[in-house]
Write a new protein. Sequence first.
Length: 171
Amino acid sequence: MQSVRIDRVLRVSILVLVVVFVYVIYAAIHERVVVAGDSAPEFSITTDSGRTVSIPNFGGKILVLNFWASWCPPCVEETPSMSRFAQEYAGKGVVVLGVSVDKDEKAYRAFLQRFRPAFLTARELKTHEDYGTFMYPETYIIDANGKVLQKYVEPVDWMSPQTTSFINSLL
């Protein structure tokens, strides 16, 4: 009788520990993934051009924050339209910041030399973690108050009517 009671207590204890463990993992992941409607995590990044971009003071009405890598084919695919978008919207209060997560600085520099992006770029290895970004490209549209208005978890055609219409609605 006593061993049955001990067995039951052990089973309940293990169940409680498993539930707590799953909850802790869920909470840790959930807190770290930024979605539309959230406040953007604060950061300060110095770009390759020497400009400092930070949340909450990024000097623009809208911030397009793009996390990418040189080894990522969809990132490469997205770069030309993002460059055209950045040129088109630079005078309209939109700041485009492409943050590379490349660990290899030579690969990063070779990418910049080959594609010559027309937007602000930086190589920085921490900020993407604060946003919960682990797949690339991933882009956040952030308003002047630091609120995430939109999140893209795939490459975007930045000059598509759907994308430009959305950005125009924010200006």
